[in-house]
Structure formats: structure tokens, C-alpha cells
Design a protein around this ligand. Structure first.
Ligand code: NAD
Ligand code: LMR
Length: 342
């Protein structure tokens, strides 16, 4: 076992996703069975008791990999020396709140957290933003941490959308999740996202998902109609569906996706093809540079982080869907700029 523990900071450690995350991380699900972990939980004063209670439970699990747990409401303490920062805590939208108000409230959280990460985190820190609006919160945190931490170390979670897309296909095609490769989520973690199966394959890799759908549904026109009318809206609006059915937003599936995101970024993508994450655009596929946009990505491990898979052919319909979601991201960025935050 490596001796030096990896410091992992979870913000919103007293909240639902934080609670679903920390036990799995401490059990080794995220960084593997050989890497000890030091957990830091950041909360606001109102959330401290819940986070402290969770820390007591962590102690009661006696996880062999967990060396220590600190609970704090001070970002400089929470991010001190951190190698992996999972920014979960955010200001939820409440009744009567406009989109601009939500962006402003979250800028007030992710700006100072980015400053603190820039000031005290490990030089090699990698950050994933889960708290919504995740892409734009990541943009704000990255801008605040600059120039101490390169912007490309900041990512936002769209792995939940990716996993949701795979889940829908497994149900429709009657195959296991490990039989589907090459799904991609493009754009924003919002209803405008584009869950794309154009390059997705089933089984050993020589059968396209679209062809299997066509075979089952009676032709390519019917397959395209199912994708447009059922699959894409179902995946893109799944967060709202969960809220409607469950009475509150997704928790365990979100925590699971955040663990998948960090594990694949740290240890490298194990699959033959790719996964999805929102990363800082370098202009790939015409997405304006600097936006935090979801792409198909691969990782060769911690030192490299996620890299966009380039060179995929996109037809006009796909390009139009991506452009619509990117327009939304541009709108969010401009709204934050208008607040003087970027
Ligand atoms: P929650 O309300 O249960 O927990 C959030 C916690 O964050 C609370 O304990 C709160 O006190 C804390 N918090 C608020 N401001 C903070 C700050 N400045 N510093 C530290 N902690 C702070 O919410 P949840 O269910 O855990 O969800 C958290 C976020 O994740 C929400 O924004 C939600 O919309 C988002 N989410 C994202 C995805 C995704 O796929 N990207 C999926 C599901 C949920
Ligand atoms: C989700 O995709 O489940 C969440 O982002 C929904 C939400 O609004 O918290």
C-alpha cells in the first residue's frame, strides 16, 4: 500500500451527494484498493453538524484506507494540499429565483473556492464540479484559481448524463452496460445537452447501435425517430424526471457518476473508446475556447487528465444540437461576465 495518503476535499460534505460519496471513496471505490485517503469536508456553518455527524460514521466504519477526516467551514483549511477537489455544495434554485440570481449566488461560492484552491491546493490538484450550474461554476472556479492552477485542471460532471444514456440503451437493446461503447454527451449539463449515439457500438465493437435499433424498430427512419423523440429528451431531462418521481434530485447516481469521473481521470479510461466529461474547450469541434463544455474524452491518468477525443465525424443534425447547447453555455458565461465575475 502506498504510504502517503491522497487528500480528497468534498464541498457540501453535510449534504446528500456528499454523504453518498464519502463512504465509497473511503472504501477505495474511487482511487483503488492501494491508495489511502485523507478526507476533508467543507461546509457552511449551517451544514457543519451534518458533516460532523457523517465524519463520526466514517470513523465507525474503520475503513483501512481512510487515514483521517477533517470537517471545516474554512476553504483555506479544506483545500490545503488537496489533490482531488470535488465541488458539490452549491446554492440551489429556490422559488422566484431568476437564472441570473442563481448564477450570481453560485459565483459567490465558486469564485472564493477557486481562489482558495489557487492559494493552497497541491500543485497537481484536479477539480470536478458537481454543484449546478456545473459547467459555469467550473468556469468561475477555474478563472479564480488562475494563474496558480491551469484552467484545464477544472472539469464539470456530465458522466451522470453519459451513464444515463448507456442505461437507456441497455434497456432498449437488452444488453449489459459493459456491451455499449462510444456514447458521447456534448454541451451543457442541462436539458440542452446532446446525448449522441452516432459512434456508439454494441458488443465486440463492429455493430453500430443505430443499426441494432433500426433492426429492432423497423428501419433507420424509425430508429432516428426513437432517438429524437424518446432517447434524447429522456436522457437530457432525466434530472427533472428523478425530481418528479423521487421528490428530490438524484443523489446516489450523481455520487456514483462523480466517482466514475474521478476514477477514470486518475487511473485512465479503461474502455476501448471514451467517456464524457465537461472540460475547458481549446476550440475543439468549433466550441469557443475557454468554455467548460462536455465532449467525448479519454484520460491516460492523473498527470494527463481528460483529453478531448478529436476527429469524430458529425452530421449537420448533430452539429446543430451541439451548437444549441454551446449557445446556452455562451449565454451563461456572458451573464457571469456581466456580473463582473470573469
Ligand atoms: P444538498 O442540498 O443535499 O447539499 C448541498 C450541501 O452544500 C449542503 O449541505 C449545503 O450546506 C452545502 N453548501 C452550500 N454552500 C456551500 C459552500 N459555499 N461551501 C460548502 N458547502 C456548501 O444538495 P445535493 O443533493 O448534495 O446536491 C448538490 C449539488 O449537486 C446541487 O447543486 C445539485 O443540483 C447538483 N447535482 C449535480 C448533478 C450533476 O450531474 N452535475 C447531479 C445531481 C445533483
Ligand atoms: C441531475 O441531473 O440529476 C441534476 O443536475 C438535477 C438537479 O437539478 O439537481
Amino acid at each position: 500500500m502506498a504510504t502517503e495518503p491522497t487528500t480528497v476535499t468534498i464541498t457540501g460534505g453535510g449534504g446528500q451527494i456528499g454523504y453518498a460519496l464519502m463512504f465509497r471513496i473511503a472504501a477505495g471505490d474511487m482511487l483503488g484498493p492501494d491508495r489511502p485517503v485523507r478526507l476533508r469536508l467543507l461546509e457552511i456553518p449551517q451544514g457543519m453538524r451534518a458533516a460532523e455527524g457523517a465524519a463520526l460514521e466514517l470513523q465507525d466504519c474503520a475503513f483501512p484506507l481512510l487515514t483521517d477526516v477533517d470537517v471545516t467551514d474554512d476553504p483555506l483549511t479544506a483545500f490545503n494540499g488537496t489533490r482531488i477537489a470535488m465541488l458539490v455544495g452549491a446554492r440551489p434554485r429556490t422559488a422566484g429565483m431568476e437564472r441570473g440570481d442563481l448564477l450570481a449566488a453560485n459565483a459567490g461560492i465558486f469564485g472564493p473556492q477557486g481562489d482558495a484552491i489557487g492559494a493552497v491546493a497541491d500543485d497537481g490538484v484536479r477539480v470536478v464540479v458537481v454543484g449546478n450550474p456545473a459547467n459555469t461554476n467550473a468556469l468561475i472556479a477555474a478563472a479564480s484559481a488562475s494563474p496558480d492552477i491551469p484552467a484545464e485542471r477544472f472539469t464539470a460532471l456530465t458522466r451522470l448524463d453519459h451513464n444515463r444514456a448507456v442505461g437507456q440503451l441497455t434497456e432498449k437493446l437488452g444488453v449489459g452496460a459493459d456491451q455499449i461503447e462510444g456514447v458521447a454527451i456534448w454541451g451543457n449539463h442541462s436539458a440542452s445537452q446532446f446525448p449522441d449515439v452516432t459512434h456508439a457500438v454494441v458488443g465486440s465493437g463492429d455493430t453500430m447501435v443505430i443499426d441494432v435499433l433500426a433492426e429492432r424498430l423497423g428501419g433507420h427512419e424509425a430508429a432516428t425517430a426513437w432517438l429524437d423523440d424518446v432517447f434524447i429528451p429522456r436522457v437530457a431531462k432525466r434530472g427533472a424526471e428523478i425530481i418528479d418521481v423521487r421528490g428530490s434530485s438524484s443523489v446516489a447516481s450523481a455520487a456514483n457518476a462523480a466517482i466514475d469521473h474521478v476514477r477514470d481521470e486518475q487511473l485512465g479510461t479503461p474502455r476501448r473508446t471514451w467517456t464524457s466529461a465537461a472540460v475547458v474547450s481549446r476550440g475543439e469541434y468549433g466550441v469557443p475556447e475557454g468554455l467548460v463544455c462536455s465532449f467525448p474524452v479519454r484520460s491516460r491518468g492523473h498527470e494527463h487528465g481528460y483529453e478531448v477525443v478529436e476527429g469524430l465525424d458529425l452530421d449537420d443534425r448533430s452539429r446543430a444540437r451541439i451548437a444549441a447547447s454551446v449557445d446556452e453555455l455562451v449565454g451563461e458565461r456572458d451573464a457571469v461576465r456581466a456580473l463582473g465575475v470573469l
